[in-house]
Design a protein around this ligand. Structure first.
Ligand SMILES: Nc1ncnc2c1ncn2[C@@H]1O[C@H](COP(=O)(O)OP(=O)(O)OP(=O)(O)O)[C@@H](O)[C@H]1O
Length: 453
Protein backbone atom coordinates (compact mmCIF):
# COMPACT_ATOMS: atom_id res chain seq x y z
CA UNK A 1 0.00 0.00 0.00
CA UNK A 2 1.51 3.34 -0.94
CA UNK A 3 1.24 6.47 1.17
CA UNK A 4 -0.53 8.22 -1.70
CA UNK A 5 -3.15 5.46 -2.01
CA UNK A 6 -3.84 5.64 1.71
CA UNK A 7 -4.15 9.43 1.49
CA UNK A 8 -6.50 9.00 -1.50
CA UNK A 9 -8.80 6.82 0.61
CA UNK A 10 -8.66 9.27 3.50
CA UNK A 11 -9.61 12.07 1.08
CA UNK A 12 -12.62 10.09 -0.19
CA UNK A 13 -13.81 9.57 3.40
CA UNK A 14 -13.21 13.20 4.26
CA UNK A 15 -15.25 14.32 1.25
CA UNK A 16 -18.32 12.47 2.46
CA UNK A 17 -17.72 13.42 6.10
CA UNK A 18 -17.20 17.17 5.74
CA UNK A 19 -19.03 17.88 2.49
CA UNK A 20 -17.90 18.73 -0.99
CA UNK A 21 -17.50 22.45 -0.42
CA UNK A 22 -15.33 22.25 2.69
CA UNK A 23 -13.37 19.46 1.11
CA UNK A 24 -12.71 21.53 -1.99
CA UNK A 25 -11.56 24.52 0.05
CA UNK A 26 -9.30 22.84 2.57
CA UNK A 27 -8.37 19.26 1.88
CA UNK A 28 -8.13 19.15 -1.88
CA UNK A 29 -5.44 21.87 -2.04
CA UNK A 30 -3.08 19.72 0.05
CA UNK A 31 -0.68 17.29 -1.45
CA UNK A 32 0.93 14.58 0.62
CA UNK A 33 4.66 14.76 0.27
CA UNK A 34 5.79 11.89 2.50
CA UNK A 35 5.29 10.14 5.83
CA UNK A 36 8.28 9.68 8.08
CA UNK A 37 8.97 9.26 11.79
CA UNK A 38 5.31 9.62 12.70
CA UNK A 39 4.81 12.83 10.71
CA UNK A 40 2.74 13.25 7.55
CA UNK A 41 4.29 16.08 5.53
CA UNK A 42 2.00 18.04 3.25
CA UNK A 43 2.51 20.87 0.82
CA UNK A 44 -0.17 23.53 1.33
CA UNK A 45 -0.70 26.60 -0.88
CA UNK A 46 -0.65 28.98 2.11
CA UNK A 47 0.26 28.91 5.79
CA UNK A 48 -3.32 29.80 6.54
CA UNK A 49 -4.71 26.69 4.87
CA UNK A 50 -2.25 24.48 6.74
CA UNK A 51 -3.15 26.11 10.02
CA UNK A 52 -6.88 25.84 9.37
CA UNK A 53 -6.65 22.18 8.43
CA UNK A 54 -4.64 21.42 11.55
CA UNK A 55 -7.07 23.24 13.81
CA UNK A 56 -10.26 21.90 12.27
CA UNK A 57 -9.41 18.54 10.78
CA UNK A 58 -6.04 17.64 12.35
CA UNK A 59 -7.30 14.98 14.76
CA UNK A 60 -9.55 13.43 12.13
CA UNK A 61 -6.69 13.16 9.63
CA UNK A 62 -4.31 11.71 12.20
CA UNK A 63 -6.76 9.03 13.27
CA UNK A 64 -7.60 8.21 9.65
CA UNK A 65 -3.91 7.57 9.06
CA UNK A 66 -3.83 5.34 12.12
CA UNK A 67 -6.78 3.41 10.73
CA UNK A 68 -4.82 2.98 7.51
CA UNK A 69 -2.02 1.42 9.58
CA UNK A 70 0.29 4.45 9.84
CA UNK A 71 1.50 5.71 13.20
CA UNK A 72 0.98 9.35 12.34
CA UNK A 73 1.02 11.62 15.37
CA UNK A 74 1.82 14.92 13.64
CA UNK A 75 0.94 16.78 10.50
CA UNK A 76 3.42 19.19 9.00
CA UNK A 77 2.45 21.75 6.39
CA UNK A 78 5.02 23.43 4.21
CA UNK A 79 4.00 26.26 1.98
CA UNK A 80 4.52 25.20 -1.61
CA UNK A 81 2.59 25.60 -4.83
CA UNK A 82 0.41 22.69 -5.90
CA UNK A 83 2.35 19.94 -7.63
CA UNK A 84 2.33 20.17 -11.43
CA UNK A 85 0.08 17.08 -11.68
CA UNK A 86 -2.35 18.54 -9.24
CA UNK A 87 -2.39 21.90 -10.99
CA UNK A 88 -3.03 20.17 -14.31
CA UNK A 89 -5.89 18.13 -12.85
CA UNK A 90 -7.38 21.26 -11.35
CA UNK A 91 -7.21 23.07 -14.65
CA UNK A 92 -8.84 20.20 -16.47
CA UNK A 93 -11.62 19.96 -13.92
CA UNK A 94 -12.03 23.69 -13.70
CA UNK A 95 -11.86 23.29 -9.91
CA UNK A 96 -11.68 26.58 -8.04
CA UNK A 97 -8.35 27.36 -6.47
CA UNK A 98 -8.46 28.16 -2.76
CA UNK A 99 -8.29 31.83 -1.99
CA UNK A 100 -4.68 32.79 -1.37
CA UNK A 101 -4.45 34.35 2.04
CA UNK A 102 -1.40 36.47 2.57
CA UNK A 103 -0.09 36.70 6.07
CA UNK A 104 2.90 38.79 7.09
CA UNK A 105 4.61 35.54 7.98
CA UNK A 106 4.71 34.33 4.41
CA UNK A 107 7.07 37.09 3.36
CA UNK A 108 9.69 35.53 5.60
CA UNK A 109 11.17 32.16 4.73
CA UNK A 110 10.40 30.56 8.08
CA UNK A 111 8.87 27.23 9.03
CA UNK A 112 5.13 27.07 9.61
CA UNK A 113 4.06 27.32 13.22
CA UNK A 114 2.05 24.49 14.70
CA UNK A 115 -1.31 25.90 15.88
CA UNK A 116 -1.40 23.40 18.74
CA UNK A 117 1.82 24.70 20.27
CA UNK A 118 0.62 27.63 22.36
CA UNK A 119 1.15 28.69 25.96
CA UNK A 120 -2.40 27.59 26.74
CA UNK A 121 -1.63 24.02 25.79
CA UNK A 122 1.74 23.91 27.54
CA UNK A 123 1.54 22.20 30.92
CA UNK A 124 3.89 23.68 33.50
CA UNK A 125 5.57 21.73 36.27
CA UNK A 126 8.75 21.95 38.27
CA UNK A 127 11.03 20.59 35.52
CA UNK A 128 10.04 23.26 33.00
CA UNK A 129 8.92 26.22 35.07
CA UNK A 130 11.97 28.43 34.48
CA UNK A 131 11.99 27.82 30.73
CA UNK A 132 8.26 28.47 30.60
CA UNK A 133 8.47 31.68 32.63
CA UNK A 134 11.32 33.00 30.49
CA UNK A 135 9.48 32.09 27.29
CA UNK A 136 6.33 33.82 28.49
CA UNK A 137 8.24 36.97 29.33
CA UNK A 138 9.80 37.06 25.88
CA UNK A 139 6.44 36.26 24.26
CA UNK A 140 4.87 39.27 25.91
CA UNK A 141 7.32 41.48 24.03
CA UNK A 142 8.16 44.88 25.45
CA UNK A 143 11.63 45.75 26.59
CA UNK A 144 14.21 43.13 25.66
CA UNK A 145 15.55 41.95 28.99
CA UNK A 146 17.52 38.85 28.20
CA UNK A 147 19.03 38.44 24.83
CA UNK A 148 19.40 35.79 23.56
CA UNK A 149 17.03 33.46 25.32
CA UNK A 150 18.63 30.05 25.06
CA UNK A 151 16.33 27.08 25.73
CA UNK A 152 17.78 23.62 25.96
CA UNK A 153 16.73 20.14 26.98
CA UNK A 154 16.55 16.50 25.89
CA UNK A 155 14.47 15.09 23.06
CA UNK A 156 10.74 15.78 23.11
CA UNK A 157 10.68 17.90 26.26
CA UNK A 158 8.89 20.87 24.70
CA UNK A 159 11.55 23.19 23.24
CA UNK A 160 9.82 23.54 19.89
CA UNK A 161 6.45 23.85 21.62
CA UNK A 162 7.74 26.80 23.67
CA UNK A 163 9.40 28.43 20.64
CA UNK A 164 6.14 28.26 18.66
CA UNK A 165 4.19 29.52 21.67
CA UNK A 166 6.49 32.56 21.86
CA UNK A 167 6.04 33.22 18.14
CA UNK A 168 2.23 32.95 18.36
CA UNK A 169 2.11 35.23 21.37
CA UNK A 170 4.42 37.81 19.83
CA UNK A 171 2.33 37.90 16.68
CA UNK A 172 -0.85 38.20 18.69
CA UNK A 173 0.48 41.03 20.84
CA UNK A 174 2.26 42.84 18.01
CA UNK A 175 0.59 42.03 14.68
CA UNK A 176 3.14 44.07 12.73
CA UNK A 177 6.16 42.27 14.17
CA UNK A 178 8.42 40.41 11.79
CA UNK A 179 8.98 37.16 13.62
CA UNK A 180 11.14 34.62 11.86
CA UNK A 181 11.15 31.08 13.21
CA UNK A 182 13.21 28.41 11.50
CA UNK A 183 15.37 25.41 12.25
CA UNK A 184 19.15 25.71 12.14
CA UNK A 185 19.02 23.25 9.26
CA UNK A 186 16.82 25.61 7.28
CA UNK A 187 19.10 28.49 8.13
CA UNK A 188 21.93 26.54 6.57
CA UNK A 189 19.85 25.58 3.56
CA UNK A 190 18.93 29.24 2.92
CA UNK A 191 22.52 30.26 3.30
CA UNK A 192 23.81 27.61 0.91
CA UNK A 193 21.14 28.62 -1.63
CA UNK A 194 22.21 32.24 -1.29
CA UNK A 195 25.83 31.28 -1.91
CA UNK A 196 24.86 29.15 -4.86
CA UNK A 197 22.82 31.90 -6.49
CA UNK A 198 25.33 34.59 -5.45
CA UNK A 199 22.64 36.37 -3.52
CA UNK A 200 24.15 36.66 -0.09
CA UNK A 201 23.31 40.39 0.10
CA UNK A 202 19.56 39.69 0.04
CA UNK A 203 20.08 36.84 2.50
CA UNK A 204 21.86 39.14 4.94
CA UNK A 205 19.34 41.94 4.46
CA UNK A 206 16.41 39.65 5.03
CA UNK A 207 17.80 38.08 8.22
CA UNK A 208 18.88 41.42 9.61
CA UNK A 209 15.47 43.00 8.96
CA UNK A 210 13.48 40.84 11.37
CA UNK A 211 12.28 41.95 14.79
CA UNK A 212 12.63 38.54 16.34
CA UNK A 213 14.77 35.65 15.15
CA UNK A 214 14.14 32.15 16.48
CA UNK A 215 16.47 29.32 15.54
CA UNK A 216 15.52 25.81 16.64
CA UNK A 217 18.01 22.96 17.18
CA UNK A 218 21.12 25.11 16.82
CA UNK A 219 23.36 22.09 17.53
CA UNK A 220 22.80 21.25 13.87
CA UNK A 221 25.36 23.86 12.77
CA UNK A 222 28.11 22.18 14.80
CA UNK A 223 31.02 21.41 12.50
CA UNK A 224 29.58 23.52 9.63
CA UNK A 225 32.09 26.32 9.55
CA UNK A 226 30.75 28.81 7.03
CA UNK A 227 27.18 28.46 8.29
CA UNK A 228 28.46 29.13 11.81
CA UNK A 229 30.32 32.20 10.59
CA UNK A 230 27.19 33.58 8.93
CA UNK A 231 25.03 32.70 11.92
CA UNK A 232 27.47 34.50 14.17
CA UNK A 233 27.28 37.70 12.10
CA UNK A 234 23.49 37.58 11.86
CA UNK A 235 23.25 36.96 15.58
CA UNK A 236 25.57 39.86 16.45
CA UNK A 237 23.84 42.25 14.07
CA UNK A 238 20.44 41.54 15.64
CA UNK A 239 21.67 41.71 19.22
CA UNK A 240 23.40 45.02 18.43
CA UNK A 241 20.08 46.39 17.18
CA UNK A 242 18.42 45.16 20.36
CA UNK A 243 16.29 42.67 18.41
CA UNK A 244 15.22 39.60 20.32
CA UNK A 245 16.96 36.33 19.47
CA UNK A 246 15.72 32.97 20.76
CA UNK A 247 17.71 29.81 20.30
CA UNK A 248 17.05 26.19 21.22
CA UNK A 249 19.38 23.21 21.40
CA UNK A 250 19.53 19.73 22.84
CA UNK A 251 22.25 20.72 25.32
CA UNK A 252 23.77 23.73 27.06
CA UNK A 253 25.81 26.13 24.88
CA UNK A 254 29.09 25.16 26.51
CA UNK A 255 28.45 21.48 25.80
CA UNK A 256 27.85 21.68 22.06
CA UNK A 257 30.94 20.27 20.45
CA UNK A 258 32.03 21.58 17.07
CA UNK A 259 30.84 25.13 17.69
CA UNK A 260 33.42 27.88 17.92
CA UNK A 261 34.21 29.16 21.40
CA UNK A 262 33.27 32.75 20.53
CA UNK A 263 29.79 31.58 19.43
CA UNK A 264 29.34 29.45 22.55
CA UNK A 265 30.23 32.41 24.68
CA UNK A 266 27.81 34.75 22.81
CA UNK A 267 25.02 32.20 23.22
CA UNK A 268 25.41 32.51 26.99
CA UNK A 269 25.09 36.27 27.10
CA UNK A 270 21.41 36.33 27.86
CA UNK A 271 19.38 33.78 29.77
CA UNK A 272 20.07 30.07 29.49
CA UNK A 273 17.08 28.05 30.67
CA UNK A 274 16.85 24.28 30.60
CA UNK A 275 13.92 21.91 30.39
CA UNK A 276 14.64 19.08 32.81
CA UNK A 277 13.39 15.56 32.23
CA UNK A 278 9.72 15.31 33.17
CA UNK A 279 8.71 14.03 36.58
CA UNK A 280 5.65 11.91 37.35
CA UNK A 281 3.41 14.87 38.24
CA UNK A 282 4.22 16.75 35.05
CA UNK A 283 3.63 13.68 32.91
CA UNK A 284 0.30 13.15 34.63
CA UNK A 285 -0.67 16.79 33.98
CA UNK A 286 0.31 16.55 30.32
CA UNK A 287 -1.58 13.29 29.86
CA UNK A 288 -4.67 14.73 31.49
CA UNK A 289 -4.65 17.71 29.16
CA UNK A 290 -4.12 15.50 26.08
CA UNK A 291 -6.84 13.15 27.34
CA UNK A 292 -9.44 15.89 27.07
CA UNK A 293 -8.67 16.33 23.39
CA UNK A 294 -8.84 12.59 22.76
CA UNK A 295 -12.18 12.27 24.57
CA UNK A 296 -13.60 15.08 22.46
CA UNK A 297 -12.45 13.38 19.33
CA UNK A 298 -13.60 9.89 20.35
CA UNK A 299 -16.67 10.54 22.51
CA UNK A 300 -17.67 6.88 22.53
CA UNK A 301 -14.37 5.63 23.97
CA UNK A 302 -14.19 4.99 27.71
CA UNK A 303 -10.97 4.84 29.65
CA UNK A 304 -10.60 2.99 32.92
CA UNK A 305 -9.38 4.56 36.10
CA UNK A 306 -5.65 4.05 36.60
CA UNK A 307 -4.60 3.86 32.94
CA UNK A 308 -3.38 7.46 32.77
CA UNK A 309 -1.44 7.04 36.04
CA UNK A 310 0.05 3.84 34.69
CA UNK A 311 1.25 5.59 31.51
CA UNK A 312 2.68 8.53 33.46
CA UNK A 313 4.48 6.09 35.65
CA UNK A 314 5.81 3.76 32.97
CA UNK A 315 6.60 5.99 30.01
CA UNK A 316 9.16 8.44 31.21
CA UNK A 317 11.24 8.92 28.07
CA UNK A 318 9.81 11.94 26.32
CA UNK A 319 6.51 13.70 25.96
CA UNK A 320 6.21 12.90 22.27
CA UNK A 321 6.23 9.18 23.08
CA UNK A 322 3.70 9.73 25.86
CA UNK A 323 1.37 11.60 23.51
CA UNK A 324 1.81 8.96 20.82
CA UNK A 325 0.89 6.26 23.33
CA UNK A 326 -2.39 7.96 24.16
CA UNK A 327 -3.24 8.59 20.50
CA UNK A 328 -2.52 4.96 19.69
CA UNK A 329 -4.68 3.69 22.55
CA UNK A 330 -7.66 5.82 21.53
CA UNK A 331 -7.35 4.91 17.86
CA UNK A 332 -7.18 1.23 18.77
CA UNK A 333 -10.10 1.43 21.22
CA UNK A 334 -12.33 3.22 18.75
CA UNK A 335 -11.43 0.72 16.07
CA UNK A 336 -12.23 -2.38 18.10
CA UNK A 337 -15.07 -0.75 20.06
CA UNK A 338 -13.71 -1.64 23.50
CA UNK A 339 -12.98 0.46 26.52
CA UNK A 340 -9.38 1.21 27.38
CA UNK A 341 -8.34 -0.96 30.31
CA UNK A 342 -5.02 -2.19 31.63
CA UNK A 343 -5.01 -5.31 29.46
CA UNK A 344 -5.55 -3.34 26.30
CA UNK A 345 -2.89 -0.82 27.37
CA UNK A 346 -0.30 -3.52 28.00
CA UNK A 347 -1.10 -5.28 24.76
CA UNK A 348 -1.36 -2.24 22.52
CA UNK A 349 1.71 -0.48 23.91
CA UNK A 350 3.91 -3.50 24.54
CA UNK A 351 6.76 -2.13 22.39
CA UNK A 352 6.73 1.31 24.05
CA UNK A 353 6.53 -0.16 27.52
CA UNK A 354 9.47 -2.45 26.82
CA UNK A 355 11.54 0.35 25.30
CA UNK A 356 10.96 2.71 28.18
CA UNK A 357 11.77 0.26 30.93
CA UNK A 358 14.14 2.16 33.09
CA UNK A 359 17.05 0.20 34.53
CA UNK A 360 17.41 1.13 38.17
CA UNK A 361 20.69 0.01 39.72
CA UNK A 362 21.21 -1.26 43.25
CA UNK A 363 23.85 1.44 43.79
CA UNK A 364 21.28 4.10 42.96
CA UNK A 365 18.80 2.54 45.36
CA UNK A 366 21.35 2.47 48.19
CA UNK A 367 22.29 6.11 47.52
CA UNK A 368 18.69 7.34 47.42
CA UNK A 369 17.64 5.41 50.51
CA UNK A 370 20.68 6.64 52.45
CA UNK A 371 19.88 10.25 51.43
CA UNK A 372 16.25 9.85 52.35
CA UNK A 373 17.01 8.60 55.87
CA UNK A 374 19.99 10.90 56.36
CA UNK A 375 22.45 8.03 56.61
CA UNK A 376 25.74 7.29 54.91
CA UNK A 377 25.79 4.63 52.20
CA UNK A 378 28.29 2.70 54.30
CA UNK A 379 25.77 2.47 57.13
CA UNK A 380 23.43 0.52 54.87
CA UNK A 381 26.23 -1.81 53.85
CA UNK A 382 27.50 -2.30 57.40
CA UNK A 383 26.53 -5.06 59.86
CA UNK A 384 25.00 -2.59 62.36
CA UNK A 385 21.64 -3.76 63.68
CA UNK A 386 20.27 -0.59 65.26
CA UNK A 387 16.68 -0.14 64.06
CA UNK A 388 17.44 3.34 62.63
CA UNK A 389 19.79 1.63 60.20
CA UNK A 390 18.33 -1.86 59.88
CA UNK A 391 14.90 -0.61 58.75
CA UNK A 392 16.20 1.62 55.93
CA UNK A 393 18.45 -1.26 54.87
CA UNK A 394 15.39 -3.51 54.62
CA UNK A 395 13.57 -0.86 52.62
CA UNK A 396 16.55 -0.66 50.25
CA UNK A 397 16.58 -4.45 49.84
CA UNK A 398 12.85 -4.46 49.18
CA UNK A 399 13.29 -1.81 46.48
CA UNK A 400 16.21 -3.71 44.99
CA UNK A 401 14.04 -6.81 44.70
CA UNK A 402 10.99 -5.04 43.25
CA UNK A 403 12.68 -2.52 40.94
CA UNK A 404 15.53 -4.56 39.49
CA UNK A 405 15.79 -8.00 37.96
CA UNK A 406 18.72 -8.97 40.19
CA UNK A 407 18.55 -12.33 41.99
CA UNK A 408 18.36 -12.60 45.78
CA UNK A 409 22.02 -13.74 46.15
CA UNK A 410 23.17 -10.85 43.92
CA UNK A 411 21.25 -8.36 46.05
CA UNK A 412 22.71 -9.89 49.20
CA UNK A 413 26.23 -9.52 47.80
CA UNK A 414 25.66 -5.84 46.98
CA UNK A 415 24.54 -5.21 50.56
CA UNK A 416 27.88 -5.95 52.12
CA UNK A 417 27.98 -9.68 51.30
CA UNK A 418 24.78 -10.81 53.05
CA UNK A 419 23.05 -14.12 52.63
CA UNK A 420 20.02 -14.41 50.32
CA UNK A 421 17.81 -15.41 53.29
CA UNK A 422 18.44 -11.97 54.82
CA UNK A 423 17.08 -10.42 51.64
CA UNK A 424 13.98 -12.67 51.71
CA UNK A 425 13.37 -11.69 55.30
CA UNK A 426 13.75 -7.95 54.49
CA UNK A 427 11.32 -8.16 51.55
CA UNK A 428 8.71 -9.96 53.67
CA UNK A 429 9.14 -7.54 56.54
CA UNK A 430 8.66 -4.46 54.36
CA UNK A 431 5.63 -6.02 52.66
CA UNK A 432 4.04 -6.49 56.11
CA UNK A 433 5.05 -3.05 57.35
CA UNK A 434 3.57 -1.37 54.30
CA UNK A 435 0.17 -2.59 55.44
CA UNK A 436 0.51 -1.56 59.07
CA UNK A 437 2.89 1.39 59.15
CA UNK A 438 1.79 4.33 57.02
CA UNK A 439 5.15 6.07 57.37
CA UNK A 440 6.97 3.11 55.85
CA UNK A 441 4.34 2.81 53.11
CA UNK A 442 4.85 6.49 52.25
CA UNK A 443 8.64 6.22 52.32
CA UNK A 444 8.60 3.22 49.99
CA UNK A 445 6.22 4.91 47.55
CA UNK A 446 8.20 8.14 47.51
CA UNK A 447 11.49 6.35 46.98
CA UNK A 448 10.01 4.18 44.24
CA UNK A 449 8.78 7.25 42.41
CA UNK A 450 12.09 9.04 42.73
CA UNK A 451 13.98 6.03 41.46
CA UNK A 452 11.71 5.50 38.51
CA UNK A 453 11.41 9.14 37.50
N1 LIG B 1 4.88 20.72 29.02
C1 LIG B 1 4.21 20.29 27.94
N2 LIG B 1 2.89 20.46 27.85
C2 LIG B 1 2.19 20.01 26.79
N3 LIG B 1 2.76 19.36 25.74
C3 LIG B 1 4.08 19.16 25.77
C4 LIG B 1 4.88 19.62 26.86
N4 LIG B 1 6.17 19.26 26.63
C5 LIG B 1 6.17 18.65 25.44
N5 LIG B 1 4.92 18.59 24.91
C6 LIG B 1 4.51 17.97 23.64
O1 LIG B 1 5.46 16.95 23.33
C7 LIG B 1 5.72 16.92 21.93
C8 LIG B 1 7.22 17.11 21.71
O2 LIG B 1 7.58 18.44 22.06
P1 LIG B 1 8.60 19.34 21.21
O3 LIG B 1 8.50 19.00 19.74
O4 LIG B 1 8.41 20.75 21.58
O5 LIG B 1 9.95 18.76 21.78
P2 LIG B 1 11.46 19.23 21.50
O6 LIG B 1 12.04 19.44 22.83
O7 LIG B 1 11.50 20.35 20.53
O8 LIG B 1 12.01 17.90 20.86
P3 LIG B 1 13.24 17.66 19.83
O9 LIG B 1 14.44 17.56 20.70
O10 LIG B 1 12.87 16.35 19.20
O11 LIG B 1 13.29 18.79 18.88
C9 LIG B 1 4.90 18.03 21.33
O12 LIG B 1 3.70 17.48 20.81
C10 LIG B 1 4.57 18.95 22.49
O13 LIG B 1 3.34 19.61 22.33
Amino acid sequence: MSDIEAWGRICTDMKSAIGQEAYQSWIDPLSLDRIDSGTAHFAAPTTFIGRWVERNYGERIRSSFVREGYEVTRLNFTVAPATPQKAAVEQENGAPKPAAVTTGEEELPGSPLDPRFTFDSFVVGKPNELAHAAARRVGEGGEVTFNPLFLYGGVGLGKTHLMHAIAWKLQEENPGFRVLYLSAEQFMYRFVQALRFRDTISFKQMFRSVDVLMVDDVQFIAGKDSTQEEFFHTFNALIDQNKQVIISADRAPGEIEGIEERIKSRLQWGLVADLHPTDYELRLGILQSKLEAQLLQHPSVKINHGVIEFLAHRISTNVRVLEGALTRLFAFASLVGREIDMDMTQECLADLLRASERKVTIEEIIRKVADHYNLRMNDLLSARRARAIARPRQVAMFLAKTLTSKSLPEIGRKFGGRDHTTVIHAVKKVEELKLTDSQIAEDVELLRRMLEA
